[in-house]
Design a binder for this molecule. Structure first.
Ligand code: SD4
Length: 292
């Protein structure tokens, strides 16, 4: 074996199958980036997940718009925002990274790139997400509920057999968001950041709060300064909750992985967990919370 470190996959929330898929792909020799894209694709294609890919909740006008980004171990990255009719938007973000001179493409431009590269158009609004949307329209009350609604964005970090780290993050964003709203998930440094010399971090939760503190970049920088992944996640959550008068009303959670293969996770409110695959074991690790 060429490995310096056993491959590791971690992801947000309890996505057992997605994380196992990535872990096995790493064991089979896939690069960290391709394993992460393959792992998150499980949730992009899972119509029961109402926060990612096909089956994701629509915006308040009934359109499902997806956001995703990827970051590679050589520091390259790609992102797509507000994409309709394409399920595997993390894979599309990789196409932006590899086939264009840009980092981020929005809406129609990203969709055209997808079709040129063989992605198929799909109806992302399922019968059940449409029914839930019609129910929501009766009150049109926009009030995301912590850990219940809006909670299944997948951010994934992988370390491959060569010890290289990469990641992917993919979401349909907040349910019934305003048309055109984009959160943290496709924003390099907010929803995801990787520095292969240090480690990586990914986020889930209220994107607006994550973006204000550039959370994933912050965590990697804190690890660079010597903090463990756990300490870095805790500090990044602390930055959000200090002086924030609204913390009762939103969740933010982070996961992190460093070059030594150490991992950490932390959140504001109890209820968050991450998955970790290492040495053939795929386990759910409940996160400690600032407001435990
Ligand atoms: C967003 N961070 O669009 C995403 C939502 C999320 O689990 O993480 N949901 O703000």
């Amino acid at each position: 074996m060429t490995n310096k470190t056993a491959p590791i996959a971690i992801c947000t929330w309890g996505f057992t199958e997605a994380n196992r898929t990535a872990g096995k792909a790493l064991e089979n020799g896939l690069t960290a980036l391709d394993a992460a894209i393959k792992g998150v694709a499980v949730e992009e294609e899972n119509v029961k997940n109402t926060t990612v890919g096909k089956g994701g909740a629509p915006d308040r006008e009934g359109s499902v718009t997806l956001d995703a980004c990827v970051m590679d171990s050589n520091g390259d990255c790609g992102a797509v925002v507000c994409v309709e009719n394409i399920t595997n938007v993390a894979a599309l973000a990789k196409v932006v990274m590899e086939e264009t001179p840009h980092v981020m493409l929005a809406g129609k431009g990203a969709e055209e790139l997808a079709y040129k590269n063989g992605f198929q158009a799909e109806q992302l609004l399922t019968d059940s997400s449409e029914a839930a949307y019609r129910e929501w329209l009766k009150t049109s009350e926009y009030k995301p509920i912590i850990n219940i609604e809006n909670h299944d964005t997948i951010g994934m970090l992988c370390m491959d057999q060569h010890g290289d780290i990469a990641g992917a993050c993919t979401t349909s964003g907040l349910s019934y968001k305003m048309k055109g709203r984009v959160g943290d998930s496709p924003i390099i440094g907010s929803g995801l950041f990787v520095d292969n010399e240090i480690g990586g971090a990914a986020a889930t939760g209220m994107g607006e709060e994550i973006m204000k503190t550039v959370g994933s970049f912050l965590i990697v920088e804190l690890m660079r300064q010597g903090k463990t992944p756990q300490e870095a996640c805790e500090e990044a959550v602390k930055r959000i909750i200090t002086k924030n008068k609204n913390i009762e009303n939103f969740q933010v959670a982070y996961i992190a992985l460093n070059k030594k293969g150490e991992t950490g996770s932390y959140c504001i409110h109890p209820g968050f967990a991450m998955m970790k695959y290492k040495d053939g074991v795929n386990e759910r690790i409940a996160s400690t919370a600032a407001l435990d």
